[in-house]
Ligand binder design. Structure first.
Ligand code: DGJ
Length: 728
């Protein structure tokens, strides 16, 4: 049993294959946190909490003596105002304006399987894979139910948490804060790991010590954002890729979020995650409810690689959906960096012909095919083909492309609208905006108000019309700005601060509709590269354009950081031209391929302009990737050397059946008189032998892990090598 309630001790013990998560109901009222970590037996857990009078400034809830204060109790879902001075997990405002809630433990329910979270993406599993514990906290005065859900994926070593607020009383309640999870750790002697960046340099790894007070990462942009990713981990001070305790928190949500660590005066670290309370309110009228998104929590006793393996597996198997979940993804070519807006039908046909002869499997027509769009100043919202550029229309062009033996994909940016568009002239109030205020432009465009049903419907109709009329097998769903002046012309005054969240719900409704209506289409999400690379989007679209930065040196960091949480199959990685368009660096064709091939591989280059030698190389790359693709996309991935720590980067893949091992090594800048380098592998079978594909040389698993492989002597910048082993 993965969920057990010990009635005698009032203790809930949740277990996965390797972990335990334990809570206790104190004094029949308060749900407190006892333990999360490596699996333990459940013999005597009552000794964990100690109560004593610590100081008179800790108040004692009504009816309790001076040795009991909520300020010293580790809590599961702390409230505000009744003796815990730390940050609450939720806060509500009553009609009388006060904000104190007294919600106490009422009961629990264990469910086989995992109920859906209404309107929100979430992990899923059948009754054999997952069990759910629902604990109810209840405020009698308000009739407010707070249902805490814990879903336990036993085999996957994952626990997910979410919360539902139900207004069962007679008055209107305003939810001011409703986080998805809160965990009080017994110590604050940890480091925080976060994935931070900016446009074109997303998800760089930042590590900092937990310090007294509050540290947080968040998004206020309406999107999860390039700047911070909705992920945070607590690491013990000695944790590495292969050792140490690591606690990961990943939010399945694509909008404003908060991840916060508060280290208090008793050396407790409180880690919280959920929708950002900044500029957020949610009104709950009688019988209405609010569902928070879920947090996917992973504990690893063997460092970051194990944590990532767990996230990769649960997101690949229990979050992604649809036909492509288990299908190898096509090698694509996208015309964006090859042509930008400057293309016509003939140019596209030439690219396609060439790409097809190189073995590339899918052509993607990017921005600029619709309305009168020849730059980024117009036409978003006018989703009809520009016949001046493509006289045969999308239908005609796609049929021609398919005849050349390659699939056809199309770019959209459905959530946005250009000021210069027919749609905006017709519906100027359809944008996110505040009445009587000016509206800021970003890339000459506004954000459509997806909190409105009529806007969502129109988007569904416009996009579906094109997808229905032509044989399109792939869609790139882009979104190139963040929100400002957040408000909606359709929402009541006291619901304006719901706009950003309702936008996300509207987006999810559109995606659910379109992806289920077109189940054969492979969808890739994008937001100026990786501005919305989050688990919420992966639920609908099983791959994401990782970054607009395709420079192979920068990509080492971006892909390394992204791999902390997100499966390799979800990371779009394309080889592009040199000098690189983002950093103007010139790197060898082989290294550009070797970096991109460690992801979901493709090209972003004008293949009609290549020299014969380059074409031959690309043909070989395509062939090679097809051979290794299954291991890259479905195998286990391990990081070996970090680009954040030195000049070398390395990572490796082991196929599902453990028979193939592929190692990637990158050396960024040359040094004179280099020493001999050796790279140790991990997670091989000690007593098995492995043959190096290029030379047939045989190595023992124990040798590869304890001695390592020799890296060829190299001079010159930006070198890289791939070693492919087969187990014999
Ligand atoms: C941003 C994307 O990340 C690019 O790949 C490209 O699609 C442009 N938008 C097009 O406007």
């Amino acid at each position: 049993m993965s969920i057990v309630f010990n009635q005698a001790q009032d203790i809930f013990h949740l277990t996965t294959k390797n972990t335990s998560y334990v809570m206790k109901v104190l004094e029949k009222k308060y749900l407190s946190h006892l333990y999360w970590g490596k699996k333990i037996r459940s013999s005597n857990l009552n000794y964990i909490l100690q109560f004593r009078d610590r100081c008179s400034f800790n108040a004692n809830p009504d009816g309790f003596g001076s040795d009991f204060s909520l300020n010293i109790v580790p809590q599961e879902y702390p409230c505000y105002g009744t003796s815990d001075y730390r940050t609450p997990a939720y806060e509500v405002q009553l009609e009388n304006g006060t904000t104190v809630v007294e919600a106490y433990y009422k009961g629990y329910k264990i469910i086989d399987g995992k109920p859906k979270l209404q309107g929100l993406p979430a992990t899923y599993g059948n009754e054999d894979q997952v069990k759910t514990l629902e604990i109810e906290l209840y405020d009698e005065l308000l009739g407010l139910k707070i249902i805490l859900s814990y879903s336990v994926f036993y085999e996957q070593d994952v626990i997910t948490r979410s919360v539902k607020f139900v207004n069962g009383g007679n008055e209107e309640i305003k939810l001011l804060r409703g986080l998805s999870s809160s965990v009080d750790f017994h110590s604050d002697n940890y480091d925080i790991l976060q994935l931070s960046g900016a446009w074109a340099r997303e998800r760089n790894i930042i590590k900092r010590p937990v310090a007294k007070g509050i540290q947080s990462i968040e998004s206020r942009r309406g999107f999860s954002s390039h700047v911070q990713n909705p992920f945070i981990a607590l690491l013990d001070k000695k944790a590495t890729e292969t050792n140490g305790d690591v606690y990961g928190f990943s939010l399945v949500y694509s909008g404003n979020f908060l991840a916060q660590i508060e280290a208090d005066e008793n050396d407790v670290a409180r880690v919280q995650m959920g929708i950002n309370p900044f500029d957020f309110n949610y009104l709950l009228k009688k019988s209405e409810f609010f569902q928070t998104p879920e947090v996917v929590m992973v504990y690893s006793d063997k460092g970051l690689n194990k944590m990532s393996n767990i996230y990769h597996r649960i997101y690949r198997e229990n979050l992604m959906r649809g036909k492509y979940k288990e299908k190898e993804r096509p090698i694509l070519i996208n015309n964006w960096e090859a042509t930008y807006f400057d293309f016509n039908e003939e140019k596209i046909e030439n690219i396609v012909k060439q790409a097809s002869s190189l073995g590339i499997e899918l052509f993607v027509l990017d921005d600029g095919w619709f309305g009168k769009r020849n730059d980024d100043k117009s036409s978003l919202g006018d989703w009809f083909v520009n016949k001046n550029k493509i006289p045969s229309g999308i239908k005609g062009l796609s049929s021609k492309i398919i005849k050349s033996g390659i699939e056809f994909g199309l770019w959209f940016e459905p959530e946005m609208i250009s000021e210069d568009s027919e749609l905006f002239r017709k519906h100027p109030d359809w944008i996110i905006h505040c009445e009587n205020r000016s509206s800021s432009l970003g890339r000459n465009q506004y954000v459509l108000d997806l909190s409105r049903d009529d806007v969502c419907e129109e988007i569904i109709n416009m996009i579906s019309k094109i997808l229905e009329e032509a044989p399109i097998s792939y869609v790139k769903w882009d979104a190139n700005r963040n929100m400002t002046e957040i408000g909606s012309s359709k929402l009541e005054t006291n619901r304006q601060r719901e706009t950003a969240h309702r936008y996300v719900l509207g987006l999810y409704k559109i995606l659910e509709n379109i992806t289920s209506r077109f189940p054969d289409i492979l969808f890739e999400s994008c937001s100026g590269g990786g501005g919305r690379f989050d688990p919420g989007m992966l639920y609908y679209m099983p791959q994401t354009w990782t970054s607009d930065d395709t420079d192979s040196v920068e990509r080492l960091k971006i892909q390394y950081g992204t791999s902390l949480v997100y499966p390799i199959i979800s990371m779009g990685a394309h080889l592009s031209a040199v000098p690189n368009h983002q950093v103007e660096r010139i790197t060898p064709l082989d290294t550009r391929a070797n970096v991109a091939m460690a992801g979901n591989f493709g090209y972003e280059i004008d293949v009609t302009r290549l020299e014969k030698e380059e074409k031959d190389k690309i043909k070989n790359q395509v062939e090679f990737y097809k051979e290794i693709r299954n291991t890259i996309q479905f195998g286990d991935f391990y990081r070996l050397l970090s680009p954040f720590e030195g000049n070398e980067t390395a990572w490796m893949f082991i196929s599902k059946d453990k028979n193939e091992v592929i190692v990637f090594y990158y050396y960024v800048l040359a040094h004179p008189n280099p020493t001999d380098k050796r790279l140790k592998l991990i997670e091989l079978q000690e007593l098995s032998n492995y043959a190096l594909a290029e030379t047939d040389e045989i190595y023992g698993g124990d040798e590869l892990m304890n001695i390592g492989i020799n890296i060829p002597y190299c001079l010159g910048d930006f070198k890289s090598y791939i070693f492919r082993f087969n187990k014999i």
